[in-house]
Write a protein that binds this ligand. Sequence first.
Ligand SMILES: O=C(CO)COP(=O)(O)O
Length: 253
Amino acid sequence: MGRKFFVGGNWKCNGTLEEVKKLVGTLNAAEVPSEDVVEVVVSPPFVFLSTVKALLRSDFAVAAQNCWVRKGGAFTGEISVEMLVNLGIPWVILGHSERRLLLNEDKEFVADKVAYALSQGLNVIACVGETLEQREAGDTLNVVSEQTKAIADKVVNWSNIVIAYEPVWAIGTGKVASPAQAQEVHYELRNWLNVNVSPEVAASTRIIYGGSVNAGNCVELAAQPDLDGFLVGGASLKAEFVDIIKSATVKQG
Ligand SMILES: O=C(CO)COP(=O)(O)O
């Protein structure tokens, strides 16, 4: 199947220039498994992207946290896909629940962004996930399938997409999904891809987990068969992120 373990660090709206440089220094000094074993991508706020790209070790890549939905132009405050391509930024995170919920990005808008970013050569970390209310109503699988379907309806080539399953109730709350809860949704998402896209896409697409991942819970999560890595928030701002990267070796044994 060849799904290389993927660890993303989503720095969200955090950090000063000094803090960002210090964090990059920590990452650069870290001993981690080789690029054959794990793909590492960190996502600083837009204003620090160039600095991080210039200073970061060459085996780690950078991602933007958002982009405009179509070609750039008269869209005050937005950052275009073309600009990211121009700066050599290879990845973008799209559809994060903080943008879906706080900035009212609906699934069609997210899917349009994914399709446009891919069309211009970016790799996309596409986030899906249910709220606590939706989980308690038994709607988890419906919600994540609908979010994935919106993307699948607009995307032909899946080779540059990583899906991040991030249950909203687990983000920044310290309430991590149990390994079994995560595995169940990852399995169902892969099954959805199998039935609705193709067996090849289901087998090759990485589905990573996000929501209160830390050094203490990453190994058990990483051991789940349909979990191909992590999208880490809070812990990606700390040296602990290195331990999370190292959990990739769980897949080797
Ligand atoms: O939203 C997340 C990553 O995109 C997860 O955030 P936390 O790891 O802080 O829960």
